[in-house]
Design a protein around this ligand. Structure first.
Ligand SMILES: NC(=O)c1ccc[n+]([C@@H]2O[C@H](COP(=O)([O-])OP(=O)(O)OC[C@H]3O[C@@H](n4cnc5c(N)ncnc54)[C@H](O)[C@@H]3O)[C@@H](O)[C@H]2O)c1
Length: 248
């Protein structure tokens, strides 16, 4: 059984969706969890539910992880509450889809900032406390489209491919410090992000997935739990696809 008692975790964008499920899963395994989101209301609701369900400490924080000031403050508050961060999950992300000829510069900048720059800012803040603690787990939520591309998502797929490059580089920088850095590349997972798709689009997508169905946030959270635990101690710089076989 995976036991994260005595560990503390910070999950960005965890007010809802995949991040929320990852935070729940880590808390279920015994961790204290920082629920951070740009939307404080959802962060507080999730933190309250997790605390009452699993009885561990939770801290709800409002942070726009694309902003350096917010990220620094988030880490200060998290460290002052829990004194260490053993597991960092860079999960916050958005889409602003469109074909390149119609894509506005602001949609490129926003997606790159929220999906990729955020991971740089959070990893930079996590480095010192993790080195001091002589270990840590960083889990970056990428996407299969960062591996295979997707028409209409040039900004999003570039941000997720960038996340994979960031993961591999930091894995090398931190390899001798017992800090593992890995990425999860989810396929199409049932959340608010994919709710925007029409039933026809969902059916078309499912047709391309060998397992012939969309995944659930829990499927991604199970991979995060593994990567956040000592079971993954000798694994770093990897991308685990959680996609029903879409990319293989
Ligand atoms: N749903 C999928 O099919 C899918 C597939 C591959 C990858 N992903 C990735 O998984 C992650 C979670 O996606 P989801 O499907 O749960 O989406 P979601 O929209 O349900 O949740 C995203 C969360 O991030 C928060 N957020 C947005 N901007 C933020 C910011 N600037 N700072 C802090 N928090 C912010 C939102 O408030 C929300 O709670 C994202 O990185 C996404 O790209 C999702």
């Amino acid at each position: 059984m995976i036991d994260l008692a005595t560990k503390s975790a910070l999950v960005t964008g965890s007010g809802r969706g995949i991040g929320r499920e990852i935070a729940r899963k880590l808390a279920q395994a015994g961790a204290d969890v920082v629920i951070s989101d740009i939307d404080l209301t959802t962060a507080q609701a999730t933190a309250g539910e997790i605390a009452s369900e699993f009885g561990h400490r939770t801290l709800a924080l409002a942070a726009d992880v694309s902003k350096e000031g917010d990220v620094k403050k988030m880490f200060e508050e998290a460290l002052s509450a829990f004194s260490k961060i053993d597991v960092l999950v860079n999960n916050a992300g958005i889409t602003r889809d469109g074909l390149i000829m119609r894509m506005k510069e602001e949609d490129w900048d926003l997606v790159l900032s929220i999906n990729l720059k955020s991971a740089f800012l959070c990893c930079r803040e996590a480095a010192r406390p993790m080195m001091k603690a002589k270990g840590g787990k960083i889990i970056n939520i990428a996407s299969v489209v960062g591996l295979m591309g997707n028409a209409g998502q040039v900004n999003y797929s570039a941000s997720k491919a960038g996340m994979i490059g960031l993961t591999k580089t930091l894995a090398r920088e931190f390899a001798t410090r017992s800090i593992n850095v890995n990425a999860i590349a989810p396929g199409f997972i049932r959340t608010a992000m994919t709710d925007k798709l029409t039933d026809e689009e969902k059916a078309k997508l499912s047709g391309q997935i060998p397992m012939a169905k969309l995944g659930e946030p829990n499927d991604v959270a199970n991979a995060a739990l593994f990567l956040g635990s000592s079971l993954s101690d000798y694994i770093t710089g990897q991308v685990i696809t959680v996609d029903g076989g879409l990319v293989m």
